[in-house]
Design a protein around this ligand. Structure first.
Ligand code: PRP
Ligand code: URA
Length: 217
């Protein structure tokens, strides 16, 4: 059974609070997204395989360790784009497999519009990057794509998950570990009256991660 890792690290929680803040401008939002991604990936990469590797420093020789697995980071467009840079800072040799999926505003169903995946997996570990796991539809669709090309190990790294989305992801893909800064309270229901927020948003959440990152409305 997959694990859900929710970071209670003070730095993550401090930065997440700023990320949620409605007054945080896109520039600072992007910086915070980057910083939290870095901290969460530190945890998500804890079980990567290594092999012994002899190394000589100016002072002598020892046996160090070197990563042995090929890693692919898989940002879900567009909000996952802001998580690529910190991922590549940690693992500069990783591949980037872009996954274009958006959530239809009416049906909340994931719509695939662009992917750049290899025909057969060229990485042993794929790490999906997307700030938000709401209904779970986009994450499930991304995992489907990755399993179809034969990726053996898949993880999900995001900022905030809704309980409903986590349950759905783990019902369908019980082998995908999830790393987030928070599991929030619930998803907004269907609006009942004018002025109600649209359905399917995470509460308290942070709003629309793509819009807040790129300054769109
Ligand atoms: C957001 C978010 C996830 C998805 C989560 O993307 O970045 O991909 O919604 O919702 P779900 O769990 O209910 O599928 P969105 O569809 O808004 O696309 P965008 O990043 O291009 O704005
Ligand atoms: N997508 C977002 O960007 N935010 C949510 O709260 C839900 C889906």
């Amino acid at each position: 059974m997959a694990q859900v890792f929710v970071s209670d690290h003070p730095l993550v929680q401090h930065k997440l609070t700023l990320l949620r803040d409605v007054n945080t401008e896109p520039k600072r939002f992007r910086e915070l997204l980057k910083e939290i991604t870095w901290l969460l990936l530190y945890e998500a990469t804890k079980d990567l395989k290594v092999e012994e590797w002899p190394v000589t420093s100016p002072m002598g020789s020892t046996v160090g360790r070197k990563l042995t697995e090929e890693i692919a980071f898989c940002p879900i467009l567009r909000a996952g784009l802001g998580m690529i840079d910190p991922a590549l800072e940690l693992i500069p040799g990783a591949q980037i497999w872009h996954i274009g999926i958006y959530r239809d505003h009416e049906t909340l169903q994931p719509i695939e519009y662009y992917t750049s995946l290899p025909k057969k997996a060229t990485a042993q570990v794929a790490i999906i990057l997307d700030p938000m796991l709401a209904t779970g539809g986009s994450a499930v669709a991304a995992v489907d794509l990755l399993k179809r090309i034969g990726v053996p190990r898949i993880k999900f790294v995001g900022m905030i998950a809704a309980p409903e989305g986590l349950e759905r992801l783990h019902q369908i893909h019980p082998d995908v570990d999830v790393y987030v800064a928070s599991v929030d309270e619930y998803l907004t229901p269907e609006p009942q009256k004018p002025g109600d927020p649209p359905a399917g948003y995470i509460v308290p959440g942070l709003g629309d991660a793509g819009d807040r990152q790129f300054g769109t409305k």
